[in-house]
Ligand binder design. Sequence first.
Ligand code: HEC
Length: 352
Amino acid sequence: MMVCIRKIAILLLALALNACDKPGLAPKNEPYRFVIPAHFPKPAFDTGNPASRAGVQLGRMLFYDTRLSADNQVSCASCHDPKLAFSDGVKLSDAGVSATALLRNSPALFNMAWANNGLFWDGGATNLESQAFAPLTAHDEMAQDLDQLVMELNAAPAYVSGFQQAFNEPVSAQNVAKALSQFQRSLISADSKYDRYRLNSHGESLTVDELKGQALVRQKCQSCRAGELFTDQSFHNNGINSDFSNTQHEGIIQGRYRITYEPADLGKFKTPSLRNLAFTAPYMHDGRFDTLDEVVRHYSNDIKGSTTLSSHLPKEGFGFSQLEKKQIIAFLHTLNDYSFTENPNHQKLANH
Ligand code: HEC
């Protein structure tokens, strides 16, 4: 009996050592097991890029790697910081290779597996796989030459084996984008106070103010902040501007119109989620509001009318009382997921 136990122990040790053979890399092509929160809808995964453990791990290495930029100084995380729910805390980032301020605020990245109605503030990218090429090559972001990138990654043995494991193919720009996408789809945020309350876990309850705030948000904001993702993934004009005649910078302030050329899309921008707002200030596509107080004041009293203003917003604003504003903000803070921003599986790998 003793021998038997010892044999099992040795076998387990051997397995453990074997698993450590290639630090940081999962066994070849083992599917990545997404843990879908019980109250979330089913995500629409892109079948052209099924996630594997090795692919997610590779994407994680790439996301934090400054070799992805022309001057080897900028990584995706320069503008998408895990501690800030993968946003960057600044109005308009100048963290790119050219050190020139961008024209839009860096959005947070979480629950991307459900973001299936276009990416970017104007929906200009169809999916994560195609989106990645924009920051990689944009002059004011990473300004990378893709052939150069493949050469640089090929010089790193961890990547040569990483790409083989994840895709059974050598390093390629296409697979860089695929791995980055797999990692980003693994960034699931569903462990806020609200979620625990919603799922009746840990005996969580909401305060009277938070519950009143929830009722107000449901009543006034639900049409666009729908469901458990707290976004309808769609595009709306929320009344922060009324004049969209400025065509500078390829019509950047014209919102979705610059993609569709439909006059009905003038000034429409993607609805960001109400989750994790404690980490994602400043707010709106141009980062114009520093605080949630300012945001709620906008919806309450400062809505600017125009022909494309969302029909869900009253031209004169909602006219919230001071107490209502306080309650709305109290509820919004129940949607902050601190275990997401601290999740060790999302951070930069220590040995890389
Ligand atoms: C210099 C800052 C910067 C860098 C570096 C950067 N991004 Fe971004 N990212 C932004 C900004 C700004 C936007 C919004 C642009 C827009 O909507 O026009 C954005 C948007 C996105 C979006 C769309 C999110 C959504 O909800 O629509 C994704 C996904 C994304 N970035 C991933 C990446 C990845 C992957 C990398 C690395 C390959 C990267 N970013 C590098 C600043 C940056």
